[in-house]
Write a protein that binds this ligand. Structure first.
Ligand code: SF4
Ligand code: SF4
Length: 307
């Protein structure tokens, strides 16, 4: 039978930066309460899908029939080259190709590898697309711990990581959660320009620049506009101030490298960006989620702060 170590070795050979395995079982009651409270407070804003499918979200064995184990992986996206600080700022995760495609392809390769050794293998790949509590499972699988900014922090590596899961029907040897925490640090809470981190690990999406500039389909909340801090698409502030990210090192995934056209997106360039140029620059990018008009909306908001 394939061992957990063999799976991890293969995951690392595919370029993943971390891999851990935990049992597929019901989510802890405390975590369910925390998530229920987040929904009850409407901190999910208008992302209604977050409030649906709680039976599947709280139990991967309901989500994937016959599931026994969850293989959790992390892929670094910390960039080598960053935008000119004066230009409208994109979150680092959006610099290159869509992470859904890149992480999914690698997980499918991992699935193929396990299947070649275990023909009875069944399972499903998830990359931020289904009701899966990704950070919770990654912490369960010993990849890292959840910081007060609500993100997964990998010791000696930081938090600039995409997460993915492979839920399978095999019993494996399991990892254990790390006994680590933020301690007395509150930097992310103190520095968040919109005070979106209402208490440790709880982010009110309505106040969060990431939500306002990406997921939000309407107008940007006018109370948030003066606090955008030149953030045009997403926001990394609560990661940039985190001491654990002193360990961040540039990724090695070619697909995440930004194009020259992307790096040239000044205020002026974005102002004059045609639909055709938008399509070319963001072909295969997660930025397409915001649509052309969404980017124009964001630019208009940032320009109000410059006037
Ligand atoms: S992403 Fe930005 S706005 Fe959202 S919680 Fe972090 S610092 Fe605050
Ligand atoms: S900035 Fe401090 S409190 Fe926030 S996630 Fe990092 S270590 Fe935790």
């Amino acid at each position: 039978m394939i061992s957990s170590q063999q799976i991890k070795d293969y995951a690392y050979s595919l370029g993943f930066d971390a891999c851990g395995i935990c049992k597929a079982e019901s989510v802890d009651v405390e975590e369910q309460q925390y998530f229920n409270e987040w929904i009850d407070n409407s901190f999910h804003a208008d992302m209604d899908y977050m409030a649906r499918n709680t039976d599947k979200r709280y139990d991967p064995t309901v989500l994937v029939e016959n599931s026994r184990s969850i293989i959790c992986v992390a892929l670094n996206y910390y960039p080598q080259t960053i935008q000119d600080k004066e230009y409208p700022q994109f979150a680092y995760y959006a610099y290159g190709k869509d992470y859904h495609d890149v992480v999914r392809a690698k997980l499918q390769q991992l699935f193929g590898y396990i299947k070649s050794m275990e023909p009875s293998l069944e399972g499903r790949v998830f990359v931020d697309t289904a009701p899966v509590l990704e950070r919770y499972w990654a912490a369960k699988a010993g990849l890292g711990f959840i910081g007060k900014n609500s993100l997964l922090i990998i010791p000696k590596k930081g938090s600039y990581f995409f997460l993915g899961e492979l839920v399978i029907n095999l019993d494996m040897e399991y990892d254990v959660p790390l006994n680590l925490s933020c301690g007395n640090c509150t930097r992310c809470i103190d520095t968040c320009p919109t005070k979106a981190i209402v208490k440790p690990k709880v982010v009110n999406a309505k106040r969060c620049i990431s939500y306002q500039t990406i997921e939000n389909k309407g107008e940007i909340d006018r109370r948030i506009i003066p606090m955008l801090n030149n953030r045009f698409y997403g926001c990394d502030i609560c990661q940039q101030v985190c001491p654990w990210n002193r360990y961040a090192r540039p990724h090695k995934t070619e697909e995440f490298n930004p194009s020259q056209a992307f790096l040239g997106l000044s205020y002026e360039k974005l102002e004059n960006l045609t639909v055709e140029e938008y399509r070319q620059i963001f072909k295969g990018s997660a930025v397409k989620r915001a649509k052309y008009m969404g980017l124009k909306r964001n630019l208009y908001a940032l320009k109000q702060n410059k006037e």
